[in-house]
Design a protein around this ligand. Structure first.
Ligand SMILES: C=C(O[C@@H]1C=C(C(=O)O)C=C[C@H]1O)C(=O)O
Length: 297
């Protein structure tokens, strides 16, 4: 660069704009170079898929979370961190699309609310968003490959037929990310939170939470379940519950700190120690803990 920071004040408008033009050129060359590397990653994934015969979903939220956290940690200067994240979101979303084009299935909740703004910010300006009112249909789009990722609203306690009850043993679809990950949109969508679903393997981002669905006897009250889970696991929360009408069981969606995906036994043991003895327990997802608002200021 022609000029160091201290000398900027000595430049006239043309001189300053010349600096900006040079910076833009360097940034653009780097984007071009980054895209070539991303395409090479895509080709690598193709070879893995050819060997395993899976449908290609290039999205890797744990890797993206690591990238975003690194960006925020090393940032300096006046440019806002949430805007920095947004630049990378566009870049990552557009690059991932070059690995394999993908569509986003967006599901509304029973009150008609959705996470459209969060989906658009996270998956960029190019990806098609198809909207659904019925969770089973949005879920079906993920299972048959019409959509690679789904954005579902955060569950509400007590809602009828919650979407997360579709996350059974028979489906490869799981919860893989939570939105917003780094910064909320200003205004519309500011209050919304959602989960991203996809048929991909769960990966450890270094700071994660795991989602379990536990089947318990209906005879145990929800207050008791809540207390026992809170006593047994620091920081665990219950995100939803749903009665199985055909049986004397209740499904409970529990959000537990840590990447527990290969350690469901540990969670099972903790519940048993608390006298809950679940009839069944399964991991239905894991997600990178979003960057806190404090870290973005
Ligand atoms: C390039 C990759 O594919 C996608 C694109 C990423 C990126 O642009 O950095 C990161 C993760 C994936 O969602 C990858 O898996 O590393």
């Amino acid at each position: 660069m022609a000029c160091n920071d201290e000398n900027l004040a000595n430049l006239d408008l043309d001189g300053l704009r010349g600096e900006i033009d040079e910076i833009d050129q360097t940034l653009q060359f780097l984007i071009i170079r980054r895209t070539k590397v991303v395409q090479a990653v895509g080709a690598f994934k193709d070879r893995v898929i050819a060997a395993g015969g899976k449908v290609k979903v290039p999205y890797r939220p744990a890797r993206e979370a690591r990238i975003m956290r690194t960006l925020v940690n090393r940032h300096d200067g006046a440019f806002p961190k949430s805007a920095l994240i947004q630049i990378w979101r566009e870049m990552i979303a557009a690059g991932t699309r070059l690995e394999a084009p993908y569509t986003v299935a967006l599901c509304r909740n029973a009150d008609g609310q959705d996470c459209w703004e969060l989906a658009r910010l996270n998956f960029g300006c190019l990806n098609e968003i198809i909207e659904f009112d019925i969770p089973r249909e949005a879920f079906g789009a993920l299972e048959d490959g019409r959509a690679a990722v789904g954005v579902f609203p955060k569950p509400e306690l007590g809602e009828a037929m919650p979407w997360w009850t579709l996350l059974t043993d028979e489906t490869p679809v799981k919860v893989v990310s939570k939105l917003p990950f780094g910064g909320r949109p200003v205004g519309r969508g500011e209050q919304t939170e959602g989960f991203v679903l996809a048929a991909i393997d769960l990966e450890d981002s270094g700071d994660d939470r795991t989602l379990f669905v536990v089947s318990l006897s209906k005879e145990i009250s929800m207050d008791t379940v809540r207390k026992k889970i809170a006593d047994g696991i620091d920081g665990a929360t219950i995100l939803g519950f749903s009665d199985d009408t055909a049986a004397d069981r209740r499904f409970v969606l529990v959000d537990v700190p840590g990447f527990f995906c290969n350690r469901a036994d540990a969670f099972q043991a903790t519940l048993s120690e608390q006298g809950l003895a679940p009839e069944s327990l399964r991991v239905v997802g894991a997600y990178a803990v979003p960057i806190s608002e404090d870290a973005l200021n």
